[in-house]
Design a protein around this ligand. Sequence first.
Ligand code: AR6
Length: 176
Amino acid sequence: MQRAIGEMTIECIKGDITDQGDIEVIVNAANQQLKGGGGVDGAIHRAAGPQLVEASRALAPISAGQGVITPAFDLPNDWVVHCAGPVYSDDPDVPPQLAACYRTAIELAEDKAAASIAFPAISAGIYGYPLSEAATIAMETVGEAARSVISLRRARFVLFSDEAHDAFAEALSILT
Ligand code: AR6
């Protein structure tokens, strides 16, 4: 599933974010201490090697919604943006924090003049965000940013399950 929006192609695939060799910047769903963890964070750290935890911890802590960028070390990409997604709750700050992760990742990728970025479903695993709500916020934020990007031309959502893929593809299909 893909759509051209503004200057960008936005696409959804089912797959593993550590296996996106044609993408310059990948985004990690990290924690505020940037110390590694489970889920996609664990997979990214395993694939990048031990230098990644040293590089990211040097930039910690960050708040929910913030992000930092490091080299990608042994990954087949140039950069990793580490975003701390919010833990899901009914706190009204939570949706803007999730949106801020996607906006920050795009800004950091553009600072490196990158043409391509890949996102996982931030906060939709261990942090408990319901998939359809997480997908709507992700797509609306990236879709809005697509209209004013400078270097980025491709944003790929890499979803780990059929359920996540279907939720993100649905949100992409109804983006206006
Ligand atoms: N590629 C793409 N997506 C993946 C992969 C992968 N290799 N592995 C898992 N996912 P989660 P969060 C999906 O829990 O909810 C960590 O411990 C997964 O199925 O990784 O933001 C951090 O250190 C789900 O759809 O991130 C934090 O403490 C999505 O990625 C905490 O978890 C996000 O799930 C962050 O929790």
